[in-house]
Design a protein around this ligand. Structure first.
Ligand code: ZN
Length: 320
């Protein structure tokens, strides 16, 4: 009886000890999951918008800069995600079959130079179309190799992929890229270093401002110019694959308002569209109406992102 009692007591004590240990571990785990002040400051300082560069005037006394851009992704984002749905891939073909030709025709009719950001694999998949884009005088910028998420990659991996992309663009078109837009609206603190090693002039991926600015990394200027984009001026906000989220007329109204205010302020109106969203008849209409509307304003400077970056940087050197 006494032996049984001792055994029972011993077991109870052991269970209590185990429960106490598990509770201490739980409390410790809970408290360590809260970010410390040091960790928060370290994370926040990785990449931040630095000094803004707002020229007092634009070339030849123009009042406002208009920089249109096209992200020609084709099927690259699906290939990156290893998506094997043929129907899903099919949704993107409207971009290369209708979107790019329609946009090229529209830009030619309005005599507008623009910037196409194209992943390396898309240049390889559609070499003739890429050559056509370059032949029309549009700038070609980097957009990853296979539309990869830059946040998952090391500096070495990014450098290898972007070098490969830069090489295929030069080999196909003869154009030397000077700008980068990171895919999926993601960003990495390695981008300024990668851009520097590739001899790039600007990035156009962040959404922190309307005006151009210099990107800071770990509290220091990287000297890399940012031409900010915006979710408001991005067609993927309103159209998702074949789904119509916002009516075309409403999208046109929003973009007209964005332009008009940029014009009043003497700033930059930057726009981002995708051929696989804009290839549809009711959507290319938005671009036609927008270009007609902008043309009713005097003294607008239509420029590529490269031209914009070169001008803004030259003004910064002169102290504006
Ligand atoms: Zn893209």
């Amino acid at each position: 009886m006494s032996d049984d009692f001792d055994k029972h007591m011993g077991l109870n004590i052991l269970i209590i000890i185990l429960i106490v240990i598990a509770f201490i571990q739980y409390i410790h785990k809970k408290s360590s999951s809260i970010i410390t002040r040091k960790q928060a400051y370290e994370f926040l300082s990785a990449i931040r918008p630095g000094v803004s560069i707002v020229p007092k005037s634009w070339p030849n006394g123009k009042r406002c800069a208009v920089a249109l851009s096209v992200d020609f992704d084709a099927e690259s984002s699906l290939l990156f995600k290893n998506n094997k749905s043929l129907a899903r891939h099919d949704l993107f073909h409207i971009g290369n079959r209708q979107g790019v030709p329609r946009l090229l025709k529209l830009f030619k009719n309005f005599n507008i130079p623009t910037t196409f950001f194209i992943p390396g694999i898309v240049v390889e998949l559609y070499p003739e179309l890429t050559k056509e884009i370059a032949k029309h005088g549009h700038e070609i910028g980097l957009h990853g190799w296979i539309h990869e998420n830059v946040e998952d990659l090391t500096k070495r991996e990014l450098l290898d992929l972007y070098t490969k992309s830069k090489d295929v663009i030069i080999k196909t078109t003869g154009f030397i890229p000077v700008g980068i837009r990171t895919p999926f609206a993601k960003f990495s603190e390695h981008i300024p270093e990668v851009a520097k090693e590739l001899g790039l002039l600007y990035d156009s991926s962040l959404v922190s401002d309307h005006d151009c600015f210099i990107i800071n990394r770990r509290g220091k200027s990287t000297n890399l110019l940012e031409i900010p984009i915006s979710r408001i001026r991005d067609d993927s906000t309103y159209f998702n694959y074949n789904k119509q989220i916002v009516p075309p007329k409403d999208v046109l109204d929003i973009w007209k308002l964005e332009f008009r205010k940029a014009y009043e302020e003497g700033g930059v109106f930057q726009l981002l569209v995708h051929p696989h969203y804009m290839g549809y008849r009711s959507r290319i209409w938005i671009m036609e109406e927008l270009c007609k509307y902008i043309n009713t304003f005097k003294d607008v400077w239509f420029c590529t992102h490269k031209q914009l970056a070169m001008y803004v940087k030259s003004q910064a050197k002169r102290g504006l």
